[in-house]
Design a binder for this molecule. Structure first.
Ligand SMILES: [Zn+2]
Ligand SMILES: [Zn+2]
Length: 282
C-alpha cells in the first residue's frame, strides 16, 4: 500500500477550485493514497482593510464552516476502511488581526487535525493586496520585485513570531516566486529565508513541501531545493501538499519530489492527528 499523504487540498467551497470533498476522497482512493487532508481556505469576511482584496473569490463564508467540517467528518466515517481523512484549514495571516480571527476559529479548532499558516496578503501604500492573485500581477512592477519579497518575508516572520496566530504548518514557504518574478538580490532573500527558518525551528513548526509551484510559471516546488537543504541541516520536519484546486491535482508529482527529498537526506514525514504531530517513514 502506498504511504502517500496529501495534506493540502481545496474544493468548490472556496469559489476558485473544482470538486466536492467527496470527489477528492474518491480520487485519492483511486490514486491509492494513505491519507487525504482537507485544508480549504478559512473565511476572510470578518477581517479589516480588505477594500482592494476580492476575498469573496478566496474562501467559503463563515456560514459554511460548519457544513464543511460536518461533511468532512461524515466522509471520514464513510470511507474509514479505505483512506484516512484529516480535517484542517489553510489560514491567511494578516498582521495584527489575530484576535478577530481567533474569535471565529476557536469555535471549531478542537475539531481540526491541523492548520496551515499562509501569507498571501501584503501591505502596500494603496492598501492590502494579494500578491499571488494574477489580478495584482502589475504590483510586482509597480512596487518592485525585491520590495515584494522584502514585504513577504517580513510578514512571514511576523506570522512566525505571533503567539496569537495558531498554526502547525508553514505553507508554500517562498510563494513570491510563483509567477517566476525573481529578485535581483538573491543573497538577501536567502538570508531572509534563513531568518524565517530559525523562527520555524524556535516554534517547532513543520514546513510543507508544496508541489503546486511545479504547475506555475516558476516550475519548481516551494520551497526551493536550496532552502530545503537548509531545513534539513536545521532538522525541520516536513510533509507534502499538492495544493490541489482540482481532484486531478491530488499528490501532484509526489513521486518525483520524494526522490529529491531522499537525496537531500529526509527519511521521515510529519503526520497530524488533532493537532498532535507524529512521524511516518518516507
Ligand atoms: Zn486556493
Ligand atoms: Zn495558499
Amino acid at each position: 500500500m502506498s504511504k502517500l499523504e496529501d495534506w493540502h487540498t481545496h474544493n468548490y467551497l472556496c469559489r476558485h477550485a473544482e470538486g466536492t470533498l467527496e470527489d477528492y476522497v474518491k480520487k485519492a482512493i483511486k490514486f491509492g493514497l494513505k491519507t487525504i487532508g482537507f485544508s480549504d481556505h478559512f473565511p476572510y469576511e470578518f477581517l479589516k482593510n480588505l477594500e482592494r482584496v476580492p476575498y469573496q473569490d478566496y474562501s467559503m463564508t463563515l456560514n459554511e464552516v460548519e457544513g464543511y467540517i460536518l461533511t468532512a467528518e461524515n466522509l471520514r466515517k464513510k470511507y474509514e476502511n479505505q483512506i484516512e481523512i484529516k480535517i484542517g484549514f489553510e489560514i491567511d495571516y494578516l498582521m495584527d488581526q489575530e484576535d478577530v480571527l481567533n474569535k471565529h476559529l476557536n469555535k471549531v479548532v478542537h475539531r481540526l487535525d491541523y492548520i496551515y499558516g499562509s501569507v498571501h496578503i501584503l501591505n502596500a501604500k494603496k492598501g492590502l493586496y494579494c500578491f499571488d492573485d494574477n489580478r495584482f500581477l502589475e504590483e510586482y512592477n509597480h512596487l518592485g520585485v525585491d520590495n515584494v519579497y522584502t514585504k513577504y518575508y517580513k510578514t512571514q516572520q511576523k506570522m512566525l513570531s505571533s503567539n496569537k496566530f495558531k498554526f502547525d504548518i508553514v505553507s508554500h514557504f517562498d510563494l513570491p516566486k510563483k509567477f517566476n518574478k525573481l529578485p535581483q538580490n538573491k543573497e538577501l532573500f536567502f538570508n531572509e529565508a534563513i531568518k524565517s527558518l530559525e523562527l520555524v525551528k524556535k516554534r517547532d513548526l513543520v514546513v510543507e513541501i508544496n508541489t503546486s509551484g511545479l504547475r506555475k510559471e516558476v516550475k519548481e516546488q516551494y520551497p526551493s531545493e536550496k532552502i530545503i537543504k537548509e531545513m534539513h541541516q536545521l532538522d525541520i520536519p516536513i510533509l507534502l501538499g499538492s495544493d490541489a484546486h482540482d481532484p486531478k491535482e491530488i499528490a501532484w508529482k509526489f513521486k518525483r519530489i520524494i526522490k529529491k527529498l531522499k537525496r537531500i537526506g529526509y527519511n521521515q514525514l510529519a503526520h497530524f492527528n488533532k493537532r498532535k504531530r507524529h512521524y511516518i517513514d518516507l
